[in-house]
Design a protein around this ligand. Structure first.
Ligand code: HEC
Length: 165
């Protein structure tokens, strides 16, 4: 009886050792592959970051500062809108959207001064999305408001992907 148990244990540990022999090189290989893939990704990422293919706007210095300051204002507006939405203060959020993102005449001045037709059009349709956001917030419907906010944010993302100062 003892003898039988021992041989079965030996058999089992032999099988286990055999399986280990098979597994170890495979996992080593996949770890190496992973490392390789990762460094390839890193390289690609690095290349994307070092070659900026976006169209430059070549703004004169004082206009450049003004444009960036407008941009920081836009980001702040989005932050305020999200905070007000979280408190269901739809009317206040709608006011911020109209004042800071919408197509008020003062707001469109900067876009109109930029000497690039496509950029100008993107700017104008972004501000129209700000008007639509102000309207959506007036409905006091959270989903509709978030959809409109998302549409506005898509304008931010796609313009940033195409243009730099
Ligand atoms: C029509 C184009 C356009 C739209 C729309 C747009 N931006 Fe920009 N934004 C730019 C450009 C161009 C820059 C400069 C980027 C660069 O030089 O790398 C910029 C820069 C910024 C910066 C950096 C500011 C700084 O001080 O460096 C922030 C923040 C920003 N945008 C936020 C936003 C937000 C938020 C939105 C949407 C609510 C938005 N932008 C919509 C074109 C746009």
């Amino acid at each position: 009886m003892h003898f039988l148990i021992n041989t079965s244990i030996i058999k089992k540990s032999r099988t286990a050792a055999f399986i280990l022999l098979l597994i170890v090189p495979v996992t080593q290989l996949s770890a190496e592959q992973e490392h390789h893939d990762h460094s390839m990704m890193h390289q690609q990422h690095h290349q994307e970051n070092s070659v900026d293919l976006r169209t430059p706007l070549n703004l004169p210095p004082e206009m450049a500062q003004h444009q960036l300051s407008n941009m920081r204002g836009h980001l702040e507006a989005v932050q305020k809108i999200v905070a007000l939405l979280a408190e269901s203060k739809f009317d206040d959020a709608s006011g911020v959207a109209w004042q800071q993102l919408g197509s008020r005449p003062g707001m469109l001045k900067m876009c109109n001064r930029i000497d690039n037709e496509d950029f100008k059009q993107r700017g104008l349709s972004f501000h129209k999305s700000g008007d639509a956001l102000a309207e959506a917030l007036k409905t006091k419907d959270t989903n509709q408001s978030l959809e409109a906010l998302n549409a506005t944010l898509q304008h931010c993302v796609s313009c940033h992907a195409s243009y730099k100062q």
